[in-house]
Design a binder for this molecule. Structure first.
Ligand code: UT7
Length: 325
């Protein structure tokens, strides 16, 4: 039976100019290139310049995605921006992006599911398109996590970076089979009992400060592989596909050991996993669209490829999406 699906028609990204290697970080933080590489796979990350905000990164990624899709901002009716590092508490950073793109119609809003934000944003965009509310959605993940690092805490400050990625989704009539292009399934999960594993120690309603990132890394690690693999498998079942059919896994890029462990548990060889963690570090909600866009530009991901994307982060919140590019 014909159905409406959210079909990707373009992707783009932006990384701030300043690239910082592990060795450069080790000049001011009690760490080493060896430790960071061995424990996380990270070799370098990018940091936004003074006065360069999350919305600035998002607007540049959005322009790149619109160009890649061959459309202009006036062709978009919805912007969803996943971020935990908004320019301000309100208005939404998405509305700043809307203005920055010169859009005066449609609607824009932020989504906050920390590192799982882009997966939650994709699922929300999918629902808006399938329900008929939206025709073309710009889904962005953009972060400036460098602004919420405690530079005295070596267990966290070496892990994160800044960046933005974006995908354009369009409503298209499809056959209603797993051969269709577009989003085939979404699996979203959260468990607030784990709030204290990964959080910022401030907030508008509590301290009236922004707060800095705090993480019990080992505890998050313990949950990550099993929860990500379970979400990935559930999404594949919903989509009616099996792991052998997956062309590319595009995971949240937090830690190479988590990425490898999750792929193995889902039965996907590491050669089919897009890896950018070495160059970007953990860019939270931006990591998946960044990886997608980089892989498209490199010619790794091609039209009709079956993609599984998965992420976990603060909340804990996690999930997976299966889509055909
Ligand atoms: O994106 C949201 C989801 N977040 C994640 O997925 C993160 C999940 N967690 C992780 O990726 C890992 O737990 C970390 C990379 C954060 C840490 O790796 P680990 O293998 O769990 O290391 P650890 O915390 O057990 O620390 C091992 C040792 C400790 O020293 P002792 O106690 O064994 O002497 C730490 O003090 O490494 C030490 N250490 C460091 N040494 C050099 C911790 N951070 C550093 C550092 N440089 N930056």
């Amino acid at each position: 039976m014909p159905i409406i699906r959210a079909v990707p028609i373009g992707a783009g990204h932006y990384l701030p100019k300043r690239m910082v290697t592990n060795s450069e970080l080790a000049q001011t933080v009690d760490t080493s290139d060896e430790w960071i590489k061995t424990r996380t796979g990270i070799e370098s990350r990018h940091f936004a310049a003074d006065g360069e905000y999350t919305s600035d990164l998002a607007i540049k990624a959005a322009h790149d995605a619109l160009t890649n899709a061959g459309i202009s901002a006036k062709d978009i009716d919805t912007i969803i921006l996943a971020t935990s590092t908004p320019d301000q508490t309100f208005p939404s950073t998405a509305t700043k992006v809307q203005a920055g793109l010169g859009m005066t119609t449609g609607f824009a809003f932020d989504i906050q599911a920390v590192c799982a934000g882009f997966v939650f944003a994709l699922a929300t965009a999918n629902s808006l398109i399938v329900s008929g509310q939206s025709k073309r959605v710009l889904v962005i993940g953009a972060e400036t996590f460098s602004r919420i690092m405690d530079w005295e805490d070596r267990t966290t400050c070496v892990l994160f970076g800044d960046g933005a990625g974006a995908v354009v989704l369009e409503a298209k009539e499809c056959k209603g089979t797993s051969e269709d292009r577009g989003i085939l399934s979404c699996e979203l999960c959260s468990d607030g009992n784990y709030n204290d594993l990964l959080y910022v120690d401030g907030g508008v309603s509590t301290t009236q400060t922004t707060g800095l990132l705090r993480m019990q890394g080992q505890e998050v690690f313990k949950h990550a592989i099993s929860k990500l693999a379970a979400a990935g498998e559930a999404a594949m079942v919903k989509a009616g596909v099996i792991s052998n059919e997956v062309d590319w896994v595009v995971p949240h890029q937090a830690n190479l050991r988590i990425i490898k462990g999750t792929a193995k548990k889902m039965g996907v060889p590491i050669e089919k996993v897009i890896l950018t963690v070495q160059d970007h570090g953990n860019t939270s909600a931006a990591s998946i669209p960044l990886a997608l866009s980089v892989a498209l530009k490199k010619g790794q991901i091609k039209k009709n490829n079956l993609i599984l994307t998965e992420a976990i982060g603060g909340g804990l919140a996690w999930g997976a999406v299966v889509l055909r590019w």
